[in-house]
Design a protein around this ligand. Structure first.
Ligand code: ADP
Ligand code: MG
Length: 353
């Protein structure tokens, strides 16, 4: 119900020209519920018609990708791979293959902190019912978690899970991949500037009317409202993602049981509250945000550097840590301040304003 209300509110926010410049340029925004979340696309265009056509194409592309990687739909290619775990390789389409290849790259370059097979353990946590698995059950399932047992064959364009019971769940990378694809579609449709927000995975390019860069607010992980932000970031032809322990969690004996699971232990990672990653591609910012969260502050910042990406990490005491090159591109705000009426609402990353 809350979700529905949220959709309605978001739809109500959809506006025709948000701002105008000397030319006919305006900013147009639409939202749709795709990939199990709210996708908001904002484009700069000369007419509403041009904007609508381009945004519709981008939504269609995200819908198509969603159909390929949906963990819960028996028709998806991801489900076909999971059904055939330990049995046989499955031929997949170029997008599914490319996504799995990116996931494998991020896994090996983060020493397995990101692991697309972690679903075998993640699925044991129920954040609605507030239940978690016993240590014994985690121990039993943990051998099914290992990205090295996802066998990709580039020539045959197939994917194979080595052992029965293994699963791949693209949840930690698909939103970023989709944001990148949507941007390509908007560019092909002739859109010169846009911001695509797939929940907390955002990619922007070009400038807003008047030559201003896109800006996003980064949410305070312990803020009272989703509009409490700790930092504002300018995005110039870049992507940004946030992963936090406040997105899906429940409290048990004072401990926060959240959805970012250390693939080596099967338990929620400790020491970090939120991670924001900034860099050229959303497929990397999305997966790296999770990987850095699992890796902890010190290793996490190092990993960001090896990818040439920036990161802002908030530790368990609320302390902020960031890569050097981010320092002059981000404005930190006092903790309690509320954002000035954000134009969009999403999850880890708050608004575009
Ligand atoms: P959300 O999907 O809530 O936006 P993230 O983008 O941070 O959050 O991705 C978290 C999701 O990724 C989890 O819900 C889970 O399915 C999956 N996941 C959790 N831990 C890992 C991990 N170590 N490696 C890869 N995927 C993970
Ligand atoms: Mg992510």
């Amino acid at each position: 119900m809350q979700r529905l209300l949220f959709i309605v509110l978001t739809l109500a926010l959809m506006t025709s020209p948000l701002s105008c410049s000397l030319r006919n340029e305006g900013t147009f925004r639409r939202s749709e519920f795709l990939l199990d979340t709210i996708v908001t696309i904002t484009v700069v265009a000369d007419s509403e018609n041009e904007a609508d056509n381009a945004i519709e194409k981008a939504f269609q592309e995200i819908k198509r990708l969603g159909g390929l990687v949906d963990f819960f739909s028996p028709e998806s290619e991801i489900s076909a791979i999971n059904r055939n775990a330990g049995i046989s390789p499955v031929a997949v389409s170029p997008d599914t293959y490319a996504l799995l290849e990116k996931a494998a790259e991020v896994s090996s370059r983060t020493n397995g902190a990101f692991d697309i097979t972690v679903g075998a353990v993640v699925s044991l946590y129920d954040f609605h019912r507030k239940t978690r698995p016993s240590g014994a059950l985690i121990k039993e399932r943990l051998p099914l978690v290992n990205f090295r047992d996802v066998i990709l064959d580039r020539n045959g364009q197939t994917a194979f899970l080595r052992r029965k019971g293994m699963t791949v769940d693209a949840g930690g990378i698909a939103k970023g991949y989709a944001a990148d694809r949507a941007v390509e579609v908007l560019k092909s449709a002739g859109i010169k500037a846009a911001l695509v927000a797939v929940a907390g995975d955002i990619r922007a390019y070009g400038l807003k009317p008047g030559g201003k860069p896109w800006k996003v607010g980064i949410r305070d992980p312990r803020g009272k409202s989703p509009d409490d932000i700790i930092a504002v970031l300018e995005l110039r032809d870049a992507a940004v993602s946030t992963s936090g322990d406040y997105e899906r969690f429940f409290m048990e004996d004072g401990k926060r049981i959240h959805h970012l699971i250390d693939p080596k232990t099967g338990y929620p990672a400790r020491g970090v509250m939120s991670v924001t990653v900034v860099g050229p591609l959303a497929v990397y910012t999305d997966s790296l945000a999770t990987a850095l969260f699992i890796s902890g502050i010190e290793k996490g910042l190092d990993i960001a550097g090896t990818f040439g990406y920036d990161a802002l990490m908030i530790d368990e005491t609320g302390g902020t840590h960031m890569t050097d090159s981010l320092k002059d591109r981000i404005t930190l705000r006092p903790r309690t301040k509320t954002a000035p009426k954000p134009a969009t609402r999403n999850f880890g990353i708050k608004g575009e304003y």
